[in-house]
Each structure stands twice: as structure tokens, then as C-alpha cells.
Design a protein around this ligand. Structure first.
Ligand code: TEU
Ligand code: CA
Length: 556
């Protein structure tokens, strides 16, 4: 029997740089994760996914890897990683590492060799192309981090491809040596006990070998086009499955930016032996103007109907064909109470309401560090931000193309930018939120004095306690893993409601995702049901849900 432990698990993501610093250099580290294992055990999670902590120039906070086999000294030694894995295992917690296999850092020895000449062992490890006759880039592809996706190299007199920063050259997956080199890295960490992998932009690894220009409706110099689901993607991922994932029984969750549920069915159908789960982006786009030239910076109020529609579509379409990964937050996403809820008047209520609708679904829930205490977006000025994506997008959209004003960009940044999630973890109300005794690498959210782990745990409105209860529910009730899902009230603009059914048991999961009181007739049909979890302490008039009120009801 395959051990599908992840189907009844809740996974916690750590962004090591911002989690906990043990040596006062202002940067979170691996001993810091080790020091907080008891905290995570108390929360009740089953596994920790650690964002990249390998040797890296940190151009993209570790998503630019220089040596996959070496822990960056800023995070500790390889022995600290091995100790962390062992200590976690002793507590029954699994460790998932982050595999960035679409690209490396330009400081990787693979790339340093590759750029030296056209005929050495590493020459074809990356995607090199000759310039056009006029010396310009091979095509109009744009980088996610601004400008062309091609950078010219003087030595080779060729361009290399990078979907992200120019310091993040894309690996050439057409080359079997590249694929084997990545599988070797995965075997290396498996030998040290790692239990699985989160795979960064894994759907980008296969490129159309004709390298055609992207459509250019807005007449731009460079266009960021579709970077996903290329011609040989399934073949490569299946090969990885056969070479390493399956034989070494390692869990896998792939990041799959533009995949729809029908694409997901191909990636995660167990019969096809590719990945266990993928992270979709679709439900995260419910506050974005579709097709706007400013992409993710073109924000609009979030649409509850669309959120329900998208999540339900994934529930229905993967049922019996694969497994969902469930998330609202990660290191690329803003804090939910600030983004979709109300972080002023209903921080506790909105944090727990969104948690309820997510954790009641079928799939594996992921919690991002700080989400379990309802951390919020900081209100930064432009000069406070650190993220390469934000900075390069500002240059491109505000300064060069002038398609968005600086003030609208800042407004969007405060809502959705990736840095919202990267401020240091707020442990207590001492200096720097107890994150570091030194100078933190990134500004702490000033609200740490009131909003921190120590205060939350003591509070009568504890987000941590609510998460703990949600996790316990999942561990104790097979209906959450196995139960049938049905969306209710699909057109309601405020209420997110669905039922789960299994073995004669029926649950109603319901939340008011608005800051006004809502009359919900549907609740009358569930009057005999008993409350098993809720985020308001006192009882209420029948069939009313107060602002961001959420509950789970059960038929027996
Ligand atoms: O993210 C991929 C990705 O698509 C994001 O950069 C996305 O464009 C952004 O979050 C807005 O939606 C992964 C990592 O999670 C991210 O941190 C890295 O910067 C990126 O890959 C490159 O490795
Ligand atoms: Ca440190």
C-alpha cells in the first residue's frame, strides 16, 4: 500500500529568512526553525515546507540557487539541516524542501561553466541562442521581473533565457544531463531524510523549441507570455516521478501558475504518476482586473462569487482524479485579513472565516507562517520594499511604460505585493517582535506590539487556537478527507457555504465573508444540526450570520 500521509495532513510553510533568528545577524536560520518545533507541534501540523535555504546570492530570496547541495551559511550548515530533519522526525513532523528546478542562480558553477564556451560539459545546461542579424534578442519574450527574458553574454556571444531575473538563468530540460543532475540533488537530500518536495514553477520547465514571438496586443517591446505547460512538460515530470519521487516515496506539490483544473487533472491523476498535488493560482486572481496591461497590479475589490466558483470547480474536477493543495497565503501572497477581509475591525473574525472555508475543503491545507495568528500587511512606503518583483515591475510599469501611476502602484503593493508576507514573524512584544536580537534584514510590521504569538495565544479571540481546532478536526474526522463536496448558494455575494457528506455523516461549512450582518435562509434547513466549530463566542438570532461569522455544523 502506498503511504498517502499527506491526504490527512496540514502542512506549514516556513520562509526561513523571516521566521526566527538565533545568532543575532538579523536573518532567520535553520536553528531558529529547530527552536520553534515545539510551537509547531503544539499547533498540530504534520509537515513543514521550508522555502529555499541553499547557497544563494539572495537576488530573489533564495529562489536563485548557487549550490543545491549546500545550505547557505546565513541559514547554518548542512549539519543544521540534517539535525532539523532528525529533530522534526522525532516529533513526527515531516520535512518538505523547495526544489527550484526551472532555473539556478547565475553564480551556480553549472552556469559559470556554461557561459565559458559552447563545447564544454555544461554548455547546454542552459538555453543559449544566437542574436538576430541586428544583434537583438532571439524573440520578444519578456521576463517576469521586467525587460527582456534574454540577456547577452560577451564570452559566448549569445543570449541566455531567464523567465525571472537575469541572475536566474533557465535550465535546459531538453538536455538529459540536466534532468539527471536535478534528480541527483533530490536523491542527495533524500539520503538525509527529506520527505518530499515543493517544486517551484515546475510547469515552466519545458519550452517551445521553436521559440516563437509572443502575441503583442499592447505593442510592447517585450511581452510576458504563457510560460507554462510546454510540449514536453508531462514527459519530464513523469520521468522525475519514475526516477526519484516514486522509488523513494517522496511527496510532491508543484507550483503551477496558469493551470486550470483540466490541466491539473493531467498533472495529479495518480494513474499518470506525475505529482501528488499542485498549487493553482486561479483562485488568487479574484481581486485582479482580467486582461489588464498592468497584470497583478491592476487590483479590484475581491469577488466572493468568483472565489467560490473557482474553488468549487477544482473540488469537482479533481474529485476521483487527483488531490487538491489548498492555500490562501504563501511567501508570494499578501495576508488574507488585509487582502480579502477586514484587518481593522474584524481581524480575528476575517482571519478565521477564511481559514474555515479553506480547511473545510477536500485537499491538503497549507498554512503560511504568521497566518495562524492572523498577521496583516504592513503599510509600507515604496522605499521600504525589498522584493525584486516589486522593484522591477515598478521600473517597467510606472517609469518606462507609464501604464500605472506611482500612487496606484503603491496602493496595489500594499494590497497584494509579495513583501506583505515576508515581514519577520511576530513572536512577542519585545524588540523586533522577538524575531531577532540584532537588526532585522527586513522591517518588522509595527503592529507587533499587539499582534504576536504570545498575545494571540493568551487572547480570548485566539487565531492560533482556532487553527489548532481546525487541524484537530481534520485529523479526527475522515469526512474532511473523504467526504463528498457540494457548493451551496453559488450566487450569494457574501456567503460561502458548502456541504461535505460521508458515510451517513453530513457537515455544513458556512461563512459570511462580508463586514455586514447577513440573513441566511439556508441555515433554517440545518436547524437540527449541532455546532462543532465557530468564530463567535455567543449565540445568535436564528439564521443570521454576523460580520465574518463562520461555523461548521454537523448532522449528529
Ligand atoms: O513563483 C512563481 C511565480 O509565478 C511568481 O513569481 C509570481 O509571478 C508572483 O508570485 C505573482 O503572482 C515562484 C516562487 O514562489 C517565487 O518566490 C519566485 O520568485 C519565483 O518562482 C522564481 O523562482
Ligand atoms: Ca541568523
Amino acid at each position: 500500500m502506498k503511504n498517502e500521509w499527506w491526504k490527512n495532513a496540514v502542512i506549514y510553510q516556513v520562509y526561513p529568512k523571516s521566521f526566527y533568528d538565533t545568532n543575532a545577524d538579523g536573518i532567520g536560520d535553520l536553528p531558529g526553525i529547530d527552536a520553534k518545533l515545539d510551537y509547531l507541534k503544539e499547533l498540530g501540523i504534520d509537515a513543514i515546507w521550508i522555502s529555499p535555504c541553499y547557497l544563494s546570492p539572495q537576488i530573489d530570496n533564495g529562489y536563485d540557487i548557487a549550490d543545491y547541495r549546500k545550505i547557505d551559511p546565513m541559514f547554518g550548515e548542512n549539519s543544521d539541516m540534517i539535525k532539523l530533519i532528525d529533530d522534526a522526525h522525532k516529533l513526527g513532523i515531516k520535512i518538505i524542501m523547495d526544489m527550484v528546478a526551472n532555473h539556478t542562480s547565475d553564480k551556480s558553477s553549472w552556469f559559470e561553466e556554461s557561459r565559458k564556451s559552447r563545447d564544454n560539459y555544461f554548455s547546454d545546461f542552459y538555453i543559449w541562442k544566437d542574436p538576430k542579424a541586428d544583434g537583438s534578442e532571439p524573440n520578444n519574450w519578456g521576463s517576469n521581473f521586467g525587460g527582456s527574458a534574454w540577456t547577452y553574454d560577451e564570452t559566448r556571444k549569445q543570449y541566455y533565457l531567464h523567465y525571472y531575473g537575469k541572475q536566474q538563468p533557465d535550465l535546459n530540460w531538453e538536455n538529459p544531463k540536466v534532468r539527471q543532475a536535478i534528480y541527483d540533488v533530490m536523491r542527495y537530500w533524500k539520503a538525509h531524510g527529506v520527505d518530499g518536495w515543493r517544486m517551484d514553477v515546475i510547469t515552466s520547465i519545458s519550452k517551445n523549441q521553436k521559440f516563437p514571438d509572443n502575441d503583442n496586443p499592447h505593442h510592447l517591446k517585450y511581452v510576458v507570455g504563457n510560460q507554462d505547460n510546454g510540449p514536453r512538460m508531462h514527459e519530464f515530470i513523469h520521468e522525475m516521478n519514475q526516477e526519484v519521487l516514486k522509488p523513494f516515496d517522496m511527496m510532491s506539490v508543484g507550483e503551477a501558475p496558469s493551470s486550470k483544473s483540466k490541466d491539473a487533472r493531467l498533472l495529479v491523476d495518480p494513474k499518470r504518476e506525475e505529482l501528488n498535488m499542485i498549487f493553482t493560482f486561479e483562485h488568487m486572481h479574484v481581486d485582479r482586473k482580467p486582461g489588464d496591461v498592468n497584470g497583478r497590479w491592476a487590483i479590484q475589490p475581491m469577488d466572493v462569487v468568483q472565489l467560490k466558483k473557482t474553488l468549487a470547480d477544482w473540488q469537482y474536477n479533481l474529485d476521483g482524479h487527483g488531490w487538491n493543495a489548498l492555500y490562501f497565503e504563501n511567501h508570494d501572497r499578501a495576508r488574507t485579513p488585509s487582502r480579502w477581509g477586514n484587518d481593522q475591525d474584524y481581524r480575528y473574525e476575517s482571519a478565521t472565516a477564511f481559514a474555515t472555508v479553506l480547511h473545510g475543503l477536500k485537499g491538503t491545507p497549507f498554512i503560511y507562517q504568521g497566518e495562524e495568528i492572523g498577521m496583516t500587511n504592513p503599510k509600507f512606503e515604496l522605499s521600504d520594499y525589498e522584493d525584486i518583483e516589486l522593484k522591477t515591475n515598478y521600473q517597467k510599469l510606472v517609469e518606462q511604460e507609464k501604464t500605472i501611476s506611482s500612487s496606484n502602484f503603491l496602493k496595489a503593493a500594499r494590497k497584494i505585493s509579495r513583501d506583505n508576507a515576508r515581514t519577520p514573524m511576530q513572536w512577542d512584544n519585545t524588540k523586533n517582535a522577538g524575531f531577532t536580537q540584532g537588526k532585522p534584514w527586513f522591517k518588522v510590521n509595527p503592529n507587533y506590539r499587539d499582534l504576536n504569538v504570545a498575545a494571540d495565544i493568551k487572547s480570548s479571540k485566539s487565531v492560533f487556537k482556532y487553527y489548532k481546532d481546525l487541524i484537530k478536526l481534520r485529523h479526527r474526522n475522515p469526512i474532511l478527507e473523504k467526504g463528498n463536496f457540494e457548493l451551496l448558494l453559488p450566487e450569494d455575494k457574501s456567503i460561502f457555504a458548502y456541504s461535505r457528506e460521508w458515510n451517513g455523516e453530513k457537515w455544513l461549512v458556512i461563512a459570511n465573508l462580508s463586514d455586514t450582518k447577513q440573513q441566511v435562509e439556508l441555515l433554517k434547513d440545518y436547524s437540527g444540526y449541532k455546532d462543532i466549530l465557530g468564530n463567535y463566542a455567543s449565540d445568535n438570532e436564528e439564521s443570521i450570520l454576523r460580520p465574518y461569522e463562520a461555523k461548521i455544523l454537523k448532522n449528529m
